[in-house]
Ligand binder design. Sequence first.
Ligand SMILES: Nc1ncnc2c1ncn2[C@@H]1O[C@H](COP(=O)(O)OP(=O)(O)OP(=O)(O)O)[C@@H](O)[C@H]1O
Ligand SMILES: [Mg+2]
Length: 271
Amino acid sequence: MPSDYRFSSRDAVVCRGVGKTWAPDTPRAHLALTGIDLDIRPGEFVVLLGPSGCGKSTLLYLIAGLEDATEGVINFFGDPVEGPSSDRSLIFQESSLYPWLTVWENVAFGLSIRGASREERRAAALEALREVGLVSAMDKRPDELSGGMRQRVAVARALAMRPKVLLMDEPFAALDVQTRQKMQDFLQDVWRESGASVLFVTHHIDEAVALSDRVVVFTSRPGRIKTIVENPLPRPRDPFSPEAEALRRQLTALLRDEVDRAFAEQEGMGD
Ligand SMILES: Nc1ncnc2c1ncn2[C@@H]1O[C@H](COP(=O)(O)OP(=O)(O)OP(=O)(O)O)[C@@H](O)[C@H]1O
Ligand SMILES: [Mg+2]
């Protein structure tokens, strides 16, 4: 990794006027996201916060290149995103390990598509599993692991590709509070070492305050950026500091209006 990697002057991800209509030109056409302008710096940790259905996962799919934007452009280190790339790893909202593969085979799965040999794949998996503290689980199957361990394997699988941008869609949502806090600490260590940018979706305001450099707050459907809040809290962070409490309060107020609006709209959908 070049030494200036983390401080590259070029933005990692640039969204200009990005929007997505699902099923365009059909009666089911549905505008999920519109007018998104967002710049992510190399090495930056950006949290996406917004009501259910506002298009957070949709935006991650677009940046991952798994879906095409129907409005605007997305650039990745200066080049337009035109499809998936191992430089942009997505960790899905639902854990998605292959139950019939061992842990290390899951971690190395993307490398087999790149044509790496079995020895190369096993070595890369070992390295990534070391970063998430799960070397001992290397030869187990996913159903032998706890939920938290499975999510660490999913993180290892994303890291094994050495991505420049890690896209994480509520990766810890299914975990209990204590495990989630452990995972947050662990993710911060991994993030600092990797130098990658992280885009992290969550519904948990405490998670946003603990992890972010900036928090992007979305409006309800169609998702637009309502506001971007800087998080200047020094790391390591004290979740009980008055400054953390003030930020939590600010984000809660920003989100409350949009969640109310989203609920009102979803209630009306059946009419
Ligand atoms: N594959 C799809 N086809 C059609 N519509 C979709 C598809 N995926 C998402 N949508 C719609 O787009 C909108 C945004 O969905 P998305 O999953 O991005 O929301 P989200 O902000 O991630 O919500 P949540 O917080 O519940 O995960 C929703 O109204 C959803 O119904
Ligand atoms: Mg989602």
